[in-house]
Design a binder for this molecule. Structure first.
Ligand code: ATP
Ligand code: MG
Length: 241
């Protein structure tokens, strides 16, 4: 497993104690390569717990977690925070934007001290995501899809190689959801980032090159799609088949 950009190996995570103890992940092993991986599974199967481990937000009870090819399980909180800030971007279902800040400020908040280079990069990212004319609008003045694009720009400010997205399209209408899926897929395929998406939406399958299925805290399937199937599925989405 060393050398893998992103992986968990024989990981167990439990919450609570005594009779109330619940195993969110149980001896789970899975690895993620460059590209878009879709993680599916019923509610409570451990998907958010898996993302929290990969994002260095949670430590396992046992097992190992690798980020950027490095085992992070035993690192100090300071070292883990550094890895999180430099290598990982997060995108959530509820966008998590600050209502009192503009779109531009919401992106710059991911920077250090809102330096000039952050401002330039934030503007460029918002521009690339189709929000060039909306820098000064606040979240309440943006549509759901636009808010999620601001959140993606914020996640990209530090140019992380890894993006973790928990139900990123669950609050969006079909069209906005497809736009967000296409953006995350392009970040994975064209920019060679490792993108992990948790979603219940079956349409994500056409955008993913790898699929991981969880059930009751166990990895029940890890499957990589052959290239030809990926192209077929994508063509079907594009022509509305
Ligand atoms: N902080 C916590 N304290 C106690 N139990 C927790 C905590 N977080 C998660 N759990 C439990 O761990 C299990 C896995 O939770 P997790 O949030 O990873 O599931 P999930 O697959 O993301 O579900 P959903 O699709 O509903 O978001 C669930 O049984 C949940 O109740
Ligand atoms: Mg969840």
């Amino acid at each position: 497993m060393p050398g893998h950009l992103l992986a968990i190996q024989n990981v167990t995570v439990g919450y609570g104690s005594g009779g109330a103890r619940c195993l969110a992940l149980s001896d789970a092993t899975v690895s993620f390569s460059t590209g878009l991986t879709l993680v599916t599974g019923p509610s409570g199967s451990g998907k958010t717990t898996l993302l929290s481990l990969l994002g260095c937000l949670l430590r396992p009870d046992c097992g190992k977690v690798y980020v950027g090819g490095r085992e992070v399980t035993g690192l100090s909180e300071g070292q883990r925070t550094k890895i999180r800030r430099e290598s990982i971007g997060f995108v959530f279902q509820a966008f998590r934007l600050l209502r009192s800040l503009t779109a531009l400020e919401n992106v710059m908040i991911a920077g250090d001290v809102a330096g000039r280079s952050d401002s330039k990069r934030a503007r460029k990212l918002l521009d690339q995501l189709g929000l060039g004319g909306k820098f000064q609008l606040k979240p309440d003045q943006l549509s759901g899809g636009e808010k999620q694009r601001v959140a993606i720009a914020r996640a990209l400010l530090r140019d992380p190689r890894i993006l973790l997205a928990d139900e990123p399209t669950a609050s969006l209408d079909t069209r906005s959801g497809e736009q967000i899926a296409a953006i995350l897929q392009s970040l994975a395929n064209d920019e060679k980032r490792t993108v992990v998406v948790v979603s219940h939406d079956p349409r994500w399958e056409s955008f993913a090159h790898q699929r991981v299925a969880l059930s009751d805290g166990r990895v029940v399937r890890q499957q990589t799609k052959p290239l030809i199937e990926r192209i077929d599925a994508l063509v079907n989405v594009l022509i509305g088949g």
